[in-house]
Design a protein around this ligand. Sequence first.
Ligand code: G3P
Length: 226
Amino acid sequence: MQIYLDTANLGEIREAARWGVLSGVTTNPTLMARETGADFQETIRAIAGLVDGPISAETVSEDADGMVSEGLEYAAWHPNVIIKVPATTAGLEAVSRLGEKGIRCNVTLIFNTGQALMSALAGAFVVSPFIGRLDDISQDGMELIREIAAVFEQNPGIATRILAASVRHPRHVIDSALAGAHIATCPFKVLKQCMAHPLTDKGIAAFLADWRSREAAATAHGATAN
Ligand code: G3P
């Protein structure tokens, strides 16, 4: 399982990159809109300078010609740029046409296995099932990952990777790995939560307190000896 960061915030990416766990970054129009005033191209180039791995940049056209044109433009920004297109028939055509030019695509907004299979057959580099948004409407996001993984497993010709998206909490990350996802893209908050445990904090506090009392005892012993 690889971990990507799901953000367009350079501060978050810079910090998480220092932890040594990031294999890539995903962005989308909503995440870009949160970075008020940031230029898209400059942001993607800056991310590519911070993380040595696939960086997803999403198209906003609704037709294949537009997606291909945007894809060609984004792909020229950096060799690690992956073109994100929606799970529509226009998106499939864009994946296929960009693939002919050696440009890799991430098919996003996947909510059923048919969309994932069609995207894989069109040549998608990754498919992004949105597990959190399925859970939000009382469907089982993890079951979707399991089903896509089973279908891909049965078709050795499929090299498409499964990228668990719309991740809401650390349990989603672990369950995605167990269900067969190759990658989970996480908000910064979730990535930090993955390393948080109250017993770790409590343990550190106890170790530090014991160390200080040991030093205090050593100091007192030295004073008595003198
Ligand atoms: O990578 C897609 C992801 O950003 C969507 O997450 O939380 O908007 O459902 P969310």
